[in-house]
Design a protein around this ligand. Structure first.
Ligand code: LLP
Length: 427
């Protein structure tokens, strides 16, 4: 991130604080998030899209009350996908009308809560949900603004489990076979709903804009069909999130202004060709905002060289604080951060302390061959989908999230304790 430097003694310093001090004060493993970097990235998205568009930060990437306040202050909106995320957002003062509520199987209680507090959008994901949300809204005497999520049939070039716009998957309603058009027909008839637009999310960790362009084109052609059939021009389209970040130096992410320009141009061009007014565009970046802004700090515990293969370096965390390597074969980098070293590099695999051989944090990396127990190593770009997907596997205690800024560090999510675990165990 932006404020990372080395102190004269060789330790890395982040946000003006030496990592060895951070480890002493907050323990390891721990996530450290650079608040200025987060705010700058949020602001870059906001500025790139300008007043005619909305940026919804995807809370699933990582959400806490401090994050909600930063987003609010930087003028972003928020995408939530559960009652838990909704409560966090509301409790930190995000105005309900700036929240969009997602999910493929929202419970009746979640829908009731969202409608009663007045969330800006509910994104409808199935035929049943169209009726369910309409019914709940009517019972509450409300008219809920909704989008319909469609699957546009794009194969995003990413891992199968995180690609979402091809048709054989659980999200959304297919554009194919007139399904989405039928969903629109039903939604327009229901008094409890105000259908304001169409939503598409094609997947995650995407670098190629082509998938978004195809999605935008197909969504606009649905808007034209709707205009032809019903005489209404829906005023909004949401093109989802999914922009990739650099986990290793091989990745080459697009900048928010490039993305805004590409999406703006394609939507405008397609709308002009179809004789439609250009709708308001929304996007939902999660990873691209928070991913690069945090790193995980671990302490090296044991070092096991396997002759002719590689050296296994065990740290004090693992798949409970970063499941992405095991789950998606995700790639990360790692550096020695508590000191500098001139020793030759050795090939390592950084593994956790869990009872499972797939418990890998960094599959292949080089660290100095004089690495020793007690050294601190950092894995960058762990801001997205690490703390938010953390587990208590092996009764691990989930690490804290510490915000650093201007030489000060403060805990925004505290470390779990054994008492926390035992409090849930009421048997
Ligand atoms: N909007 C919708 C409707 C989504 O489903 C998602 C992500 C986003 C926005 C944000 O996507 P982003 O910009 O963060 O890529 N756990 C996986 C990623 C799953 C993403 C699910 N939905 C991972 O660790 O890579």
């Amino acid at each position: 991130s932006r404020t990372v430097t080395r102190t004269p003694e060789g330790a890395v310093s982040v946000g003006g604080i030496d990592v060895t001090r951070l480890a002493e004060e907050f323990g390891t493993p721990a996530y450290f998030i650079d608040e200025d970097d987060f705010r700058a990235r949020a602001q870059a998205w906001r500025t790139a899209f300008g007043e005619g568009a909305d940026v919804f930060y995807a809370g699933k990437a990582f959400l806490s009350r401090a994050i909600v306040r930063w987003l609010h202050e930087e003028g972003l909106n928020l995408d939530v996908c559960s009652g838990g995320e909704l409560s966090t957002a509301l409790s930190a003062g995000m105005p309900a009308e700036r929240i969009a509520f997602h999910g493929n199987n929202k419970s009746a209680a979640e829908i009731e809560k969202a409608v009663s507090v007045g969330v800006g959008h509910i994104v409808l994901d199935s035929f049943q949900e169209i009726v369910r949300v309409a019914h709940i809204a009517e019972q509450l005497g409300k008219r809920q603004r909704v989008l319909i999520r469609v699957t546009v049939g794009v194969e995003a070039h990413t891992h199968e489990f995180i690609a979402t716009a091809h048709e054989d998957q659980k999200f959304g309603i297919a554009l194919a076979d007139g399904q989405a058009a039928e969903a629109v027909r039903r939604a327009l008839k229901l008094d409890g709903l105000e259908l304001v637009g169409i939503h598409s999310h094609i997947g995650s960790q995407i670098f190629d804009m082509a998938g978004f362009e195809v999605a935008a084109r197909r969504v606009v052609s649905l808007l034209a069909e709707i205009r032809d059939e019903h005489g209404v021009e829906l005023p909004e389209i949401d093109l989802g999130g999914g922009l990739g970040i650099a986990y290793t130096s091989d990745d080459d992410p697009r900048e928010p202004h490039e993305i805004a320009k590409a999406l703006g141009e394609i939507v405008t061009r397609e709308c002009e060709a179809a004789g439609l007014r250009t709708p308001r565009i929304s996007v939902e970046p999660g990873r691209a905002i928070v991913g690069p802004t945090a790193f995980t700090l671990y302490e090296v515990g044991t070092i096991k060289p396997l002759d002719g293969l590689r050296t296994y370096v065990s740290v004090d965390g693992g798949m409970s604080d970063n499941i992405r390597t095991a789950l998606y074969d995700a790639e990360y980098s790692v550096s020695l951060v508590s000191r500098t070293s001139d020793a030759d590099p050795m090939l390592v695999r950084v593994v956790g302390k869990h009872c499972e051989s797939g418990d890998i944090v960094v599959r292949d990396a080089f660290l100095p061959s004089d690495l020793a127990p007690g050294d601190l190593i950092a894995v960058p770009a762990t801001g997205a989908y690490c703390r938010s997907m953390a587990s208590n596997y092996n009764h691990a205690l989930r690490p804290p999230v510490v915000a650093v800024r201007d030489g000060e560090a403060r805990v925004i999510v505290r470390r779990e304790t054994e008492e926390d675990l035992l409090r849930l165990d009421v048997g």
